[in-house]
Structures are given as C-alpha cells and as structure tokens.
Design a protein around this ligand. Structure first.
Ligand code: HEC
Ligand code: HEC
Length: 221
C-alpha cells in the first residue's frame, strides 16, 4: 500500500525535471504572488497554492469533513506533517502524492501561510453527545486510564507546536485519525503518545470527544 503512494510522487518528480507540471506551475505562480501580496489579500484571493486549495480551501478552512482544516494549526506541526507525508512516515494515499509534489522550501512557506489563517468555528450537531465528550476531554476516562486531552491539547483546544490545535476541527476527520492511531495506520507521533491514548478508547468515546472538540473555540472569540 505504501508503494501506491510513491508511484505518482516519483512520476510527477520526473515530469518536473523537464517541463513543470500544471500543479507545479500553479504552485510557482502562487508562490511568486505570495511574495508580493499581503496575507489578507491572499486569504481573499486564491491563496498561495491552488493545488492545496482544491481540498483544504484557499484559507485552509476545508469544508469537506474528511479533509482537515489547516487554518490556525501551528506552523511547526504543519511542517512536521508535510515532512512525514513526504517520507511516508505518515501514510495517506491522498496526501502522500500531494506532499511529493512540493519541495522542502515550499513546506515552510505553506506552513507559515496556513498557521496565520483564521480558523472557522466547528459544527456541533449533538449537544448531548458533546456533553459526554467534555468529561473525557477535561478529565480523561478513569476506568481505562485515558488521560485528559486538555493536558496536552490545552483546555480550549488551542494546542501547541507539538500537540496540535483541535478546536473546531471536523469530527469525521478527528474520529478517523483517532482510529488510525488506534490501529497503527498513523504512527508518526513521537514516543507514541497519541497512539497510547487512542488504543484505550472505544469508537463511541472517540465520537463523543470529537463532538465536544468541534465546539471549542481555541482562543477565537
Ligand atoms: C485531494 C485532496 C487533497 C489535496 C489536493 C491536499 N490535501 Fe492535504 N489532506 C487531505 C486529506 C484527506 C488529509 C488527511 C490525511 C490522513 O488521513 O492522514 C490531509 C491532511 C493534510 C495535513 C495534515 C493536517 C493535520 O491536521 O494533521 C496537512 C498539513 C495537509 N494536508 C496539507 C496540504 C497541503 C500543503 C496541500 C497542497 C500541497 C494539500 N494538503 C493538498 C486531502 C488533500
Ligand atoms: C500525552 C499527550 C497527548 C494527550 C493526553 C492526547 N493527545 Fe492527541 N495528540 C498528541 C500528539 C503528540 C499528536 C500529534 C502527533 C504528530 O503527528 O506529531 C496528537 C494528535 C491528535 C489528533 C490528530 C490531530 C490532527 O490534526 O491530525 C487528534 C484528533 C487527537 N490528538 C485527539 C486527542 C484526544 C481526543 C485526546 C483525549 C482523549 C488526546 N488527543 C490526548 C498528544 C496527546
């Protein structure tokens, strides 16, 4: 499965050696524009990278629940994820080939751009489920030794460079990532701190805590 991710990446790599591929050309134009345009103008326009905007929206506030919001994530966290996707340390059939099309230098530009965008609020559809999730988030699950999420991701979900911002993130994306940590599909967390948490949780607990996190403001008014 890892190989399916590699093939398109190397194909596009060869293409770039001759003529720039269309996405690469857009990327270059986008980066040229970003050098001369203030950030606010970029956010209203096409953003620095139309390739990423197709799935994450120009300002990084993806509206597709399976695609994470990137707006407001710490630049260091974004850069680590993109580097991990490139090295196939974090395996994704979707993001692997995308990260293969950008350079190391692009990573810093993209990480800085998305970290400075304002995240949109998340959507809570089930307040009762969110109330169950709040207990898990703030206190953990005593019976199964799950630590409080707030201990690492902050009480308001604002996160840090190492413990990503979660506030307002799509519930579908978060539940999928927790499942991935639990079954080992995602194992790029240093010292397996997040995997250890997810392995002790049921799917129902994951859904409840994600519902609560979607309503967190993470420092936004
Ligand atoms: C075809 C849709 C698609 C495109 C295009 C795309 N992404 Fe993604 N991106 C995804 C999906 C889906 C995930 C979740 C991957 C997983 O399951 O691990 C993701 C995950 C990410 C993450 C991890 C976020 C987190 O919270 O851990 C980052 C960072 C990211 N993408 C940046 C980018 C950048 C930068 C580009 C442009 C070079 C890009 N993406 C292009 C679909 C896309
Ligand atoms: C001991 C610290 C720690 C605790 C406690 C913790 N996490 Fe995490 N979590 C992490 C780290 C570290 C990562 C990111 C790993 C990486 O990719 O670098 C992460 C990543 C995540 C992600 C993926 C975010 C993304 O954008 O892809 C989700 C969702 C998440 N945690 C939810 C939770 C929930 C819910 C709890 C409580 C039940 C929790 N975490 C408790 C350390 C922690």
């Amino acid at each position: 499965m890892i190989r399916t991710g590699r093939a398109p990446a190397s194909r596009s790599g060869r293409r770039r050696a001759g003529h720039p591929s269309k996405p690469a050309l857009f990327l270059m134009l986008g980066l040229l524009a970003s050098a001369s345009m203030p950030l606010a103008a970029q956010a209203q326009g096409t953003g620095p990278n139309p390739l990423c905007a197709a799935c994450h929206n120009p300002d990084g506030n993806s509206t597709i629940p399976e695609n994470p919001k990137l707006a407001g994530l710490d630049a260091e966290y974004i850069a680590k994820q993109l580097a991990d996707f490139r090295k196939h340390k974090r395996v994704s059939e979707t993001m692997g080939p995308m990260a293969g099309q950008i350079t190391e230098a692009d990573i810093d530009v993209l990480a800085a751009y998305y970290s400075e965008q304002k995240p949109t609020p998340g959507v809570v559809t089930d307040p009762k489920l969110a109330a169950q999730g709040q207990v898990i988030y703030d206190e953990g699950i005593v019976g199964s030794a799950v630590p409080a999420c707030s201990g690492c991701h902050n009480e308001d979900g604002s996160g840090t460079a190492k413990y990503p911002r979660l506030a307002g993130q799509h519930t579908a994306y978060m539940v999928q990532q927790m499942k991935n940590f639990k079954n080992g599909v995602r194992n790029n967390d240093i010292r397996e701190v997040m995997s250890a948490v997810a392995k002790r949780m049921t799917e129902q607990e994951m859904k409840a805590v994600a519902e609560y996190i979607a309503g967190l403001k993470g420092g936004n008014p």
